[in-house]
Write a protein that binds this ligand. Structure first.
Ligand code: ADP
Ligand code: MG
Length: 231
């Protein structure tokens, strides 16, 4: 497990990154060539639907391959790794939070949070302790043995955040994590994400919410695949 970098240090950067998709007879430029260093802290990604926000996040995660350019995470060129190498790298360095919590329905809250630690090979007792501590951190210590179906949407999303943080990732990528939550619950989820950013993680958060974007240290505005950095 690796800790976050000191504030101000950049772990994640992209160079000349672009993505073109075939579309019918033609093509869609989902992301025009973009070069950027993601500073530690919270970067909000804003822009209308279909502008290329998820495309950018999927490239940062290595879920999708760029048409040009590269993603550097530390010294690693993400797309030069093999598929399996990338999966391992992701497991060691990235946490994800999506609009839907994507919890495993047959596992309890505690088991869901433990899951990435199992993959990382942590002994059972340490796993349990860390998972429980994380559930307590997101205010759900008392829900450890609940199944996802027994949790509210906001609780499930907080479990998903605890899971995303289990292996202490340097990078946290969130694609509209509050999109399905009421505003009060959404605020609680966002407070957890901003707290992570303050600890020096690189948090990249796609959001429609202007108030959320106002909390961010940095904002990227995406329009028709073109990303601009707002100071
Ligand atoms: N896998 C894909 N194949 C073809 N076109 C895609 C694919 N993913 C996204 N697109 C297109 O790329 C553009 C940007 O999409 P997306 O990144 O999902 O936008 P956003 O997340 O901002 O709503 C859209 O025009 C979308 O239709
Ligand atoms: Mg999207």
């Amino acid at each position: 497990m690796t800790g976050p970098l000191p504030n101000g240090t950049s772990f994640l950067q992209v160079e000349d990154l672009s993505r073109i998709y075939p579309s019918g007879e033609g093509i869609v430029t989902a992301l025009s060539p973009f070069t950027h260093r993601f500073p530690a802290g919270l970067t909000a990604v804003v822009g209308p639907s279909g502008s290329g926000k998820s495309t950018l996040l999927n490239l940062l995660a290595g879920f999708d391959r760029p048409t040009t350019g590269r993603v550097l995470a530390g010294d690693t060129d993400l797309h030069r790794l093999s598929e399996a190498g990338r999966a391992d790298f992701r497991l060691a360095n990235y946490g994800f939070v999506f609009q839907n919590h994507n919890l495993v329905t047959i596992l309890t809250a505690l088991e869901n949070v433990e899951f990435p630690l199992t993959l990382a090979g942590l002994p059972r007792r340490e796993r349990r302790e860390r998972a429980l501590a994380l559930l307590e951190e997101v205010g759900l210590g008392a829900r450890a043995s609940h199944l996802p179906a027994q949790l509210s949407g906001g609780e499930a999303q907080r479990v998903a955040i605890a899971r995303a943080l289990a292996h202490n990732p340097r990078v946290l990528l969130a694609d509209e994590p509050t999109g399905n939550l009421d505003s009060h619950t959404g605020e609680r989820v966002l407070a957890l994400l901003t707290a992570q950013a303050r600890e020096g993680r690189t948090v990249v958060l796609i959001t429609h919410d202007r108030e959320v974007a106002a909390l961010a240290d940095h904002t990227l505005r995406v329009r028709d695949g073109v990303v601009t950095v707002e100071e």
